[in-house]
Design a protein around this ligand. Structure first.
Ligand code: SF4
Ligand code: SF4
Length: 284
């Protein structure tokens, strides 16, 4: 007993004060790829190397359209290795959650060179993550949550990698309960559904029933590349693809799996949706 107390006091506070303070990331941690569209001479090698089809190239009438979908990206780094011009590089960015699926898609248009490379960048969109809740939403949480926020996690067909990160939200390092947020066993007690995995056809009905059993106002958060688009599994005889193929989604959290802070970032972003719905849908 004495040793346990001694250890407790010597370790001190283990909880990371995210989002007020940025987390310390391991050197090896890999976040999303970053694309310098102006310097990208040819997107085709990256598109061919991408295992999830997150990069798409379409040539038509002397114009090349390149799209990059962070909702499909598994942060594998193959595109960076295939792009010898250095226009694609892996970063440690993980705060990518978005309330609109379209915000996860980058788009660039080039005039096409006769040798097949891009000639000139005509236009490009910026990436997701502009809406970073950080301190602003963290400060609003306590005003919003006169009571706590309850989350029901639903595995609609995941590999369980995402679940491992979700479980980490409850450990002393991330301690999600410090926000008054906790996980519950029944959708009837939940404000939020946190859904992982591609929606397998076997789980489709269960997911729809879980959504119907969750009282309004409710929000749905799709977790990971699988939850957003089907990820590495895609859409096939056994998989419907992303969560929004079965139920409406309010927030999308990219990653494979998203690290705990990325999950927290998305959940905090979803609180903005909760606040809106609570004002238009007050519970008795
Ligand atoms: S990092 Fe993303 S975009 Fe790049 S190859 Fe991997 S899945 Fe495709
Ligand atoms: S996003 Fe990655 S970690 Fe999460 S369920 Fe899909 S394959 Fe597994």
């Amino acid at each position: 007993m004495f040793k346990i107390l001694q250890k407790t006091f010597s370790v001190g506070t283990a909880t990371v004060d995210y989002p007020s303070i940025a987390p310390r990331l391991a050197e090896q941690f890999r976040g999303c790829p970053e694309f310098d569209f102006a310097a990208w001479s040819d997107a085709r090698p990256a598109a061919n190397a991408c295992p999830t089809g997150a990069i798409a190239v379409c040539d038509r009438d002397g114009v090349r359209q390149v799209t990059v979908d962070y909702g499909r990206c598994i942060f594998c780094g193959e595109c960076a290795e295939a792009s010898l011009d250095g226009a694609v590089r892996m970063t440690q960015r993980f705060e990518l959650a978005a309330t609109d699926r379209r915000d996860l898609v980058l788009f660039a248009e080039y005039t096409l060179h006769p040798d097949g490379s891009h000639a000139e960048l005509q236009s490009a969109t910026s990436g997701p993550g502009a809406e970073i809740p950080g301190k602003r939403i963290a400060a609003a949480i306590h005003n919003l949550l006169g009571r706590s926020l309850s989350i029901r996690q639903v595995d609609a067909g995941s590999c369980n990698g995402c679940e491992q990160e979700i479980v980490a939200l409850n450990n002393p390092v991330h301690d999600i309960e410090r926000f008054g947020i906790h996980f519950v066993a029944s959708p009837r007690h939940a404000d939020m559904l946190l859904v992982t995995g591609p929606v397998t056809r076997n789980m489709e009905l269960a997911l729809r029933k879980t959504w119907a059993a969750t009282p309004d106002p409710k929000v749905v958060v799709a977790v990971g590349a699988c939850g957003i688009s089907g990820g590495i599994f895609g859409t096939n005889y056994a998989s419907l693809g992303g969560v929004d193929a079965a139920i409406p989604v309010d927030v999308y959290i990219p990653g494979c799996p998203p690290r705990p802070e990325a999950l927290l970032h998305g959940i905090l972003l979803a609180l903005g949706q909760v606040r809106q719905r609570m004002s238009s849908h007050p519970r008795g």
